[in-house]
Ligand binder design. Structure first.
Ligand code: GSH
Length: 218
C-alpha cells in the first residue's frame, strides 16, 4: 500500500518535485490523476482551496504547497537528509526554492513552458503570443541559477537538496521547447547539472510518460 496519495497531473513540475522527494526517500506513493479542468471542482478545492496541484495525503494528514510538502518529507524521514547542515548552504537552498516559486515558475515555466509544452500536449488552446515578451525575464532566472550553481555539484552546494528537486522539473520541462533550449545555451554548467539530475532514478521514475503509464495501469 502507498503511504502517500498525490492528487495531481503528470507533467506538472511541482507534482514531479514531490514525487522525486518521495523517490529519493525510498517511500511508496500513488499519483491520483486529476481530470482536465478538475482542479477547480469542489472536490479538489476541498483539498486545495487555490485549485492547484499537488495536494498530498499522508494517512489522516493533508498538505499542499510543494515547499511545505518537501520539508515535511525531509523532517519525517531524515535520511538521506535533503537539507544542508551548513547554515549558508541551507540559506542558498531556501533562497533557490523561493526563486523557483516566485520567478522561475512565474517568469519562465508559466509563460513559456505552459503554451509551448504543456498546452499542446494536453490539447488545451495554446496562446504563444506572450512567449517572446517573457524571454528577458526568463533569461534573468537562468542567469541567476547558473551563478548560484557556479562549479558546485548541486544547487546548494555539495549534496542533493530540496532546491535541486524543485528546480530540475521546471528546467526539464522548459528543455522540451526551443525557447527553453536557447535560454539554457549560455549556461553549460547548469545544463550539465540538469543532465545529472535527469539521470537520477528519482527523475527517471517520474517522467511525464512514466506517470501516464502508471496512471493508465492503476
Ligand atoms: N505554489 C504551488 C504551485 C502549484 C502550481 O502552480 N501547480 C500548477 C501545475 S504546475 C497548477 O496547479 N496549475 C493548475 C491551475 O492553475 O489551474 C505549489 O508549490 O505547489
Amino acid at each position: 500500500m502507498s503511504d502517500f496519495v498525490i492528487h495531481g497531473i503528470a507533467g506538472s513540475p511541482f507534482v514531479r518535485a514531490v514525487l522525486m522527494g518521495l523517490e529519493e526517500k525510498g517511500r511508496g506513493w500513488r499519483l491520483q490523476p486529476l481530470a482536465p479542468g478538475a482542479s477547480k471542482a469542489p472536490e479538489h478545492l476541498a483539498r486545495h482551496p487555490f485549485g492547484r496541484v499537488p495536494a498530498v495525503e499522508h494517512g489522516d494528514f493533508q498538505v499542499y504547497e510543494t515547499q511545505a510538502t518537501l520539508r515535511y518529507l525531509d523532517r519525517i524521514y531524515p535520511e538521506p537528509s535533503l537539507t544542508p547542515a551548513d547554515p549558508r548552504q541551507a540559506a542558498r537552498m531556501d533562497q533557490i526554492m523561493g526563486i523557483n516559486d516566485w520567478y522561475l515558475f512565474a517568469h519562465a515555466s508559466a509563460p513559456i513552458g505552459f503554451p509551448r509544452v504543456i498546452a499542446p500536449r494536453l490539447g488545451f488552446p495554446a496562446d504563444g503570443s506572450k512567449v517572446a515578451e517573457a524571454m528577458p525575464r526568463a533569461e534573468v532566472c537562468f542567469g541567476v541559477l547558473s551563478r548560484l550553481l557556479g562549479d558546485q555539484p548541486f544547487l546548494a552546494g555539495d549534496g542533493l537538496s530540496l532546491a535541486d528537486l524543485m528546480v530540475a522539473p521546471q528546467l526539464s520541462l522548459l528543455m522540451e521547447c526551443e525557447e527553453g533550449q536557447s535560454l539554457m545555451a549560455p549556461h553549460p554548467a547548469l545544463s550539465a547539472w540538469l543532465g545529472r539530475m535527469e539521470a537520477r532514478p528519482s527523475m527517471v521514475a517520474t517522467t511525464w510518460e512514466r506517470l501516464e503509464q502508471t496512471a493508465a495501469a492503476a
